[in-house]
Design a binder for this molecule. Structure first.
Ligand code: PHE
Ligand code: FE
Length: 296
């Protein structure tokens, strides 16, 4: 089921140009999904769509409907691609799991979104450590239907290729931006705060926690502030950042990041739960239930 590696880029090294291959690309083995796999999708889909109206941003829900995702069965990437490609020019590609960073960036830079083809087991309905089909498809893909978000993701991919060439610190700064926007971002709508981050919308517990709990901080988006902020991957976030709209995200990330990376290299990173005097605070978290086992 693995397709041949595809050459994605020539990397300039001191030995000359070296081809880089994208690995792990697969044809979605749709006929191989079991009844239990489809049932897992149905359960998760129905459960999230029950709680997301009024919580997820309007664009997310509208896009998900427009794509033709339903709870009935695991969607076929080929069917979704017909709508998605016609709308914003993005294409979904099946992958085995997480890709090497540079491959991932290259795909995004070319409007290809890698989606994990397999779905979690029934005993992993509430929590799974790695991204599976439900997280990738339900969580990330709908907003690719939104023209502005679609452009943001491509720009992020290009920025990733660039940061990769600059070094590990630049990559870490950029990854934090992804984490606090694409994965765990909140957005201010006329009627209040809503979710747009894929890590939140694909989790029942965090969809409620991110908006309703008194524990986490909710702080206005600030690019450099976010790029300095550490994060935890093993618990709900201590801080969520709130954008005013996708336009703000686009505008803030348009400038060349090279001078920003240089500036940030001189500054300390910030603990995930820290609130600064200059922050625009929507909510100062009570910190209740925060993990204390690490300075993150
Ligand atoms: N403007 C950024 C750069 O020069 C690229 C980028 C765009 C990064 C959008 C993230 C999101 O590196
Ligand atoms: Fe994700």
């Amino acid at each position: 089921m693995n397709s041949q590696p595809r050459r994605v880029e020539n990397l300039q090294t001191d030995k000359g140009k070296v081809p880089v291959y994208a690995t792990g690309i697969v044809e979605q083995p749709w006929d191989d999904y079991s009844a239990a796999d489809h049932d897992t999708w149905s359960q998760l889909y129905a459960r999230q769509r029950e709680i997301l109206p009024g919580r997820a941003c309007d664009e997310f829900l509208a896009a998900q409907d427009a794509m033709g995702m339903t709870p009935d069965r695991i969607p076929k990437f080929s069917e979704l691609n017909q709508v998605l490609t016609a709308t914003t020019g993005w294409t979904l590609m099946g992958v085995e799991g997480l890709l090497p960073e540079l491959d991932f960036f290259d795909h995004l830079a070319n409007r290809r979104f890698p989606v994990t083809w397999w779905i979690r087991r029934p005993d992993q309905i509430d929590y799974i450590e790695e991204p599976d089909l439900f997280h990738d498809l339900f969580g990330h893909v709908p907003l690719l239907m939104n023209p502005m978000f679609a452009d943001y993701m491509q720009a992020y991919g290009k920025g990733g290729v660039k940061a990769h060439g600059i070094g590990a610190d630049a990559l870490q700064n950029l990854t934090r931006l992804y984490w606090y926007t694409v994965e765990f971002g909140l957005i201010r709508q006329a009627d209040g705060l809503r979710i747009f981050g894929a890590g939140i919308v694909s989790s029942k517990g965090e969809s409620i926690y991110a908006l309703e709990s008194a524990a986490p901080n909710r702080i206005g988006f600030d690019l450099e502030r976010i790029m300095r902020t550490r994060y935890r991957i093993d618990s709900y976030q201590k801080t969520y950042f709130v954008i005013d709209g996708f336009e703000q995200l686009m505008r803030a990330t348009e400038p060349d990041f090279s001078p920003i990376y240089a500036r940030l290299a001189e500054q300390e990173s910030l603990p995930a739960g820290k609130v600064l005097d200059v922050d625009k605070v929507y909510q100062r978290g009570s910190g209740e239930g925060w993990p204390t086992d690490a300075d993150v």
